[in-house]
Design a protein around this ligand. Structure first.
Ligand code: ATP
Length: 381
């Protein structure tokens, strides 16, 4: 087993008209042995291209991919000891599940038949598909086909697993179930894994480490909670979290942040943290960090009007407007037992310890919420 390292990896595609597209731009990443790294980002940000370069399915324009101590840039896919699972499963329709799982071993190893048989049986048992071994892919559900695709990768006992949106063809419930199963499986196999998705929930729930990509460039690498609580920039802050972080354009005026519809007083501590910042900032606050009150008590509390309430059962997402023109909307997530209706006036308390501040020009985080010391006041409605 080995670490996988991407060192300044770049991919430039040249289109027919000679136009160049930098799909992956100078990406450096280390995936330690046994680590589950989720590569996440919007459509077209370069996730699949990165994975395909690691698998050897796409040439590398610049940089290196290393597996343990070896540079594998020029190795053929079959010589890399890397197994990839695709979104489309890519099963052979004319073969049974058993044949699909055994095929790679028969073709590319000298493993004797009885050992192949045992390896397939053991993987099938691990995945709970041992009673499906004689079926053909067409006779399986999406979730079952996905397990077979995983089984085919597992039997090869790879040093690295690459999974490209493996759950996106499944319905929501099965997807949630498979998330847990896959995470458990990866833990048991203890193999370095890159899992590609555009779904931030999958990234948050499954990853040991998340790498966030935008426009081919790496934005941040960290644990799910680091990326959630300490986003490096506006892109990460808006991409991770559902509902998204709320953003308000503000201008700094001495120790106040001035928004079109409110003024936000800064403590000396926050003011000092902004010493080198531009005056044009973005104030960010997560929906669950906003407390709603029926009275205007306390600092950092603003009158708002309830626009829409989305009941989720355990909690309510309350969409609010602030200011007469109702141009600025934001969302607060409160306990589901709190009753609040559209049209009501409520007071939103935005505690300073929960506030993120970003440079509006560069998007860089100037100040993130303080994880340890943030206590969100209770919603009182
Ligand atoms: P998705 O989530 O939609 O699969 P992605 O993040 O995996 O997207 P890639 O498929 O890696 O993104 O594509 C990254 C960029 O490279 C896109 O702009 C895409 O159009 C471009 N691209 C990918 N393959 C090629 C190719 N063979 N020739 C030219 N451009 C390509």
């Amino acid at each position: 087993m080995a670490d996988l390292q991407l060192d300044a990896v770049t991919k430039v595609f040249t289109e027919r008209d000679g136009n160049e597209i930098t799909a992956v731009d100078d990406v450096s990443l280390t995936i330690e042995d046994g680590e589950f790294l989720v590569l996440v980002g919007p459509s077209g940000c370069g996730k699949s291209t990165t994975l395909r370069m690691v698998a050897g399915l796409e040439s590398i324009s610049a940089g290196q991919v290393r597996l343990g101590d070896s540079v594998v840039n020029d190795s053929k896919p079959k010589d890399r000891n890397i197994a990839m699972v695709f979104q489309s499963y890519a099963l052979y329709p004319h073969m049974t599940v058993r044949e699909n799982m055994a095929f790679g071993l028969q073709e590319s190893t000298a493993m004797p038949d009885d050992e192949i048989e045992r390896t397939v049986a053991s993987a099938a048992d691990m995945l709970g598909i041992d009673d499906l071994l004689e079926r053909k892919p067409d006779d399986l559900s999406g979730g079952q086909q996905q397990r077979v695709a995983l089984g085919r990768a597992i039997v090869r006992d790879p040093e690295v697993f690459l999974l490209d949106e493996p759950l996106s063809n499944l319905d929501a419930k099965l997807r949630a179930q498979m998330r847990t199963e896959l995470k458990r499986l990866q833990n048991d196999l203890d193999v370095a894994t890159i899992y590609v998705t555009h779904d931030q929930t999958e990234a948050m729930t499954m990853a040991d480490k998340i790498a966030i990509l935008n426009d081919g460039e790496l934005q941040q690498v960290g644990t799910p909670l680091e990326c959630y609580h300490e986003p490096a920039n506006l892109f990460v802050a808006s991409f991770i979290g559902e509902p998204s972080m709320n953003f308000f354009d503000v201008t700094r005026d001495d120790s106040q942040l001035v928004h079109d519809h409110f003024r936000y007083d800064l403590s000396n501590e926050t003011d000092d943290a902004l010493a080198d910042a531009h005056a044009e900032l973005v104030l960010g606050v997560r929906p669950e960090d906003i407390a709603l009150q029926s009275t205007a008590d306390g600092a950092h509390t603003y009158a708002t009007v309830v626009d829409v309430v989305e009941p989720m059962g355990n909690e309510n997402n309350v969409y609010l407007t602030i200011g007469d023109e109702q141009t600025q909307t934001f969302v607060a997530t409160v306990d589901g037992m709190h009753h609040v209706e559209a049209g009501e006036t409520v007071y939103a308390h935005i505690p300073e310890s929960a506030v993120h501040l970003f440079d509006r020009q560069s998007g860089r985080a100037m100040r993130n919420r303080t994880v340890e010391s943030t206590t969100i006041p209770e919603t009182k409605l």
